[in-house]
Design a binder for this molecule. Structure first.
Ligand SMILES: Cc1cc2nc3c(=O)[nH]c(=O)nc-3n(C[C@H](O)[C@H](O)[C@H](O)COP(=O)(O)OP(=O)(O)OC[C@H]3O[C@@H](n4cnc5c(N)ncnc54)[C@H](O)[C@@H]3O)c2cc1C
Length: 336
């Protein structure tokens, strides 16, 4: 197959236009005035934040339900303000913003951590001490996740100290959510209630890491927000920031290979997904960032001829559960 090389020069290529890819692209555009090219295989940018409609009357967000940490003064809001140049507004969800519905009871969650705790204690007074401890432990677990993720980014001289901190908090965070709940609580209803948000991270308590559970729980302690204009407003407000710095977001381009020269990424090959018979295109840039996931990046996009120590480990990593989402449009039938 012929390969066409695109002449336009970019400083960075980002594979995939999910929120991860768009955030990296916008940060590089604003902080360092880099010309960033984002290549997206789908015909709409945004990854799990994109939306679609049918028949002009049914509209679906493919992923987003709510985002935490978007109040004034929060880090999340500051990051979004920066990458959208202040062009994305957030609507706070009304209280109670979350409702856990079980066959024999319902529990409403308000956007106030103290109230969440008090409401739990009122309902399960015998477990008061464990409930108070739980609210401290989810913070510790979330801190562990942050420290663990930051470890490699910080100067090497800080690593020994940080490793000790990570190990200390890891004692709480590295157990499964079920282990934590079984060790601290007696009441089965309360355990179910506290595990309710597992749908947000996709694994049941017996398989999920308490560190991730803590991260999600603390993320929503102040409530939930939704982007004004729907999830699509996220990509719509980030893309102009990338373009203003001379970058571009091109959809319908599936990256098929990361090009390497002497072990260094120098560009990508991409397929135009609108024309499967079209020539492969080559895009060159001295930096390539992938938002296509670890498996796709290391196993599918980096050629097998390039030896990678991590490849075997990644291949052996257990696959997570598959998920199918059905988007329903409901017709309301009025009797009488
Ligand atoms: C059903 C569902 C509901 C969710 N609800 C929420 C919520 O309410 N709140 C919340 O905070 N989070 C929620 N999430 C999680 C959140 O949406 C995701 O964590 C986040 O959007 C992931 O972003 P990402 O950039 O990592 O990946 P993605 O959004 O998956 O983006 C990756 C992009 O890369 C593209 N790509 C992959 N391979 C290639 C290739 N070879 N060439 C070119 N492009 C490629 C893909 O098409 C995709 O657009 C939800 C997720 C799901 C699935």
């Amino acid at each position: 197959m012929t390969v066409t090389t695109r002449q336009q020069r970019f400083d960075v290529i980002v594979i995939g236009s999910g929120i991860g890819g768009l955030t990296v692209a916008a940060l590089l555009s604003r902080l360092y005035r880099k010309r960033v090219l984002v290549l997206e295989q789908h015909f709409t940018a945004g990854g799990f934040t994109h939306t679609f409609e049918r028949q002009g009357k049914f509209h679906w967000d493919v992923g987003l339900h709510y985002v935490g940490d978007m109040g004034e003064g929060s880090t999340g809001k500051a990051v979004f303000d920066y990458i959208t140049n202040g062009n994305l507004r957030w609507h706070k969800m009304p209280d109670p913003f979350e409702k856990f519905v079980y066959p024999d009871f319902t529990f409403e969650v308000y956007s106030d951590a103290d109230r969440f705790q008090t409401d739990l204690i009122r309902r399960f007074p015998g477990e008061q001490t464990a409930i108070r401890q739980y609210f401290k432990d989810v913070q510790k677990a979330a801190f562990w996740f942050g420290a663990h993720s930051m470890l490699e980014l910080l100067p090497v001289w800080l690593h020994p100290l940080l490793r000790r901190i990570v190990r200390y908090f890891g004692a709480i965070a590295r157990q499964t959510t079920q282990q934590y709940l079984d060790r601290h609580f007696q009441n089965a209803q309360l355990k179910a209630l506290l595990a309710s948000q597992w749908g947000d991270y996709g694994l049941p308590p017996s398989q999920s890491c308490f560190g991730i559970h803590g991260l999600i729980v603390t993320h929503y302690l102040k409530g939930g927000w939704y982007p004004v204009g729907g999830a699509k407003a996220i990509a719509q407000s980030i893309i102009p920031v990338i373009e203003q710095a001379g970058g571009a977001v091109i959809t319908q381009r599936r990256v098929t290979e990361i090009l390497l020269k002497s072990g260094v990424a120098v560009g990508v090959k991409a397929q135009n997904t609108a024309h499967s018979k079209a020539d492969l295109e080559t895009y060159l840039a001295p930096i390539v960032v992938s938002d296509a996931g670890v498996f796709n990046t290391y196993i599918k996009l980096i050629p097998p001829s390039y030896s990678l120590a991590e490849r075997q480990k990644i291949q052996a990593f257990p696959k997570s559960s598959s998920m199918v989402t059905v988007y329903l449009g409901l017709k309301i039938v009025h009797n009488n």
